[in-house]
Write a protein that binds this ligand. Structure first.
Ligand code: HEC
Length: 190
């Protein structure tokens, strides 16, 4: 009797542990498993391309620029072109429109619900002129990188280049500066 119950326990226990070889038959297939190397000569985990895996709470801001004061002094390295404005428009639609609105005036659906209304990014801003030297591209870069009292940090979501592209869109379209002709842009560089 003792032996029979022991045998039953031995038979049942691994079932609960999913330890029988055939309990993994469906899982063990010839297809490549997640994170498995596809190259038999190089077994082990295949390294991810850099920046392809999001790691929460690792803003790049402290690496590229220390604080808002340092950001203020940065010169925009991405000249306004049709391409940069197009990229900026797409990113603005994803990251900024919910609060600042399609128009950029601060009337987005989310923005309307905030205690502090998002500020006006367009040339219709009556509080300050966007052409003033107190509001250079670096100021906007600082806002996107470090956020505001209510505005969230976007250093985690947008690479520095993407942030400058958003700024190009804000300048060229929302603040009506336009896209300079390629020739004049090239002349300025000389
Ligand atoms: C969750 C809502 C929200 C989102 C999304 C958001 N903002 Fe803001 N933004 C605000 C609020 C609120 C303010 C007012 C200032 C503050 O928060 O301290 C503001 C202020 C600003 C200012 C300062 C304007 C001024 O006149 O000084 C800039 C520039 C700005 N935002 C740019 C952006 C850009 C560019 C994006 C997209 C990458 C963005 N914001 C996304 C809410 C938001």
């Amino acid at each position: 009797m003792k032996n029979i119950s022991l045998a039953i326990i031995l038979m049942v226990a691994p079932t609960f542990a999913h330890a029988w070889p055939w309990s993994m038959d469906q899982g063990n297939q010839i297809s490549i498993k997640p994170q498995e190397s596809y190259d038999p000569a190089n077994p082990g985990m295949y390294p991810f391309p850099s920046r392809s895996v999001p790691v929460p709470n690792t803003p790049t801001s402290s690496i590229e620029v220390k604080d808002k004061d340092a950001a203020f002094k940065l010169k925009n390295p991405v000249p306004i072109t049709a391409r940069s404005v197009d990229m900026g428009h797409r990113l603005f639609s994803i990251y900024c429109v919910p609060c600042h609105g399609k128009s950029g005036t601060g009337n987005g659906y989310v923005g309307q619900k905030l205690i502090l209304q998002p500020w006006n990014l367009t040339s219709s801003n009556t509080i300050h002129s966007w052409n003033s030297p107190d509001y250079p591209d670096g100021y906007i870069f600082g806002m996107i990188t470090f956020g505001g009292a209510v505005m969230p940090v976007y250093a985690i979501d947008l690479s520095p280049t993407e942030r400058w592209e958003v700024i190009d869109y804000v300048r060229a379209v929302l603040q009506k500066r336009g896209i300079p002709a390629v020739a004049s842009a090239a002349q300025k560089k000389k």
